[in-house]
Design a protein around this ligand. Structure first.
Ligand code: ARG
Length: 213
């Protein structure tokens, strides 16, 4: 085991870890917005929107994230004629993907609230949207937070897939350092350790937030 190599590579890998956190945070933020909309549409009263939202969630969850990344980075430029920036491609692919998973979390969270809550709101004269916003969503949030934390962790690990388009996050940095130093064992071990530290930190943060609410 070459400790000197680890010592030299560590600062570079740490930078990569920062980039990984960045892609993950942006992707989950995009996913949260998409997921909230799609999730509500999936249980909404408008049939066309319900169908569209369901097709979105099915298509995205039914195809590999890796293929979606390839589609956005390599196939999209062929029809649009413009090169896609790797960071933009990475967060778009991961964000669209995360949106489908978040929509499922939102849908399940809302459906976990007793139907009587909606009926009570409606009978008080609130509209469907008012009841959803003021009564259902605040209660659903409690059930949504833990799986949302899991999605964050899953996305952090799955963001390693964007290394295939050459975007320099943690995994790609590892590959590049190994290409120069041949230190597979040391570098992959350090990469794994950094992922572990990040996922543990997120899960601790989520349980802290859960206990506080
Ligand atoms: N592993 C699955 C895939 O390749 C899911 C990837 C996305 N993960 C996520 N948490 N949004 O499609």
């Amino acid at each position: 085991m070459n400790f000197e190599l680890i010592q030299q590579a560590f600062p570079l890998l740490l930078l990569g870890a920062g980039v990984t956190i960045e892609i993950t945070a942006v992707s989950v933020a995009i996913g949260l917005i998409i997921g909230l909309i799609i999730g509500i549409l999936r249980i909404g009263q408008i049939r066309v929107l319900r169908i569209i939202a369901t097709i979105y969630a099915d298509c995205i969850r039914g195809t590999p994230l890796l293929v979606q990344i390839f589609l956005i980075y390599f196939a999209l430029p062929m029809i649009s004629g413009h090169r896609v920036d790797p960071f933009l491609a990475a967060v778009t692919a991961c964000g669209i993907n995360s949106g489908a998973y978040v929509s499922e979390i939102i849908r399940a969270g809302i459906q976990s609230i007793d139907i009587g809550q909606m009926e009570a709101g409606r009978s008080l004269g609130l509209t469907w949207w008012q009841t959803m916003y003021h009564i259902i969503l605040p209660q659903a949030l409690r059930n949504i937070l833990p799986p949302l934390g899991n999605e964050f962790i899953a996305m952090l690990k799955d963001s390693s897939l964007v290394s295939v388009i050459g975007f320099e996050e943690l995994t790609r940095r590892g590959q590049l350092i190994i290409a120069q130093t041949y230190g597979s064992f040391e570098i992959w071990l350090t990469v794994a350790f950094l992922y572990l530290v990040m996922t543990l930190a997120i899960s601790r943060l989520v349980s802290f937030l859960e206990r506080r609410k």
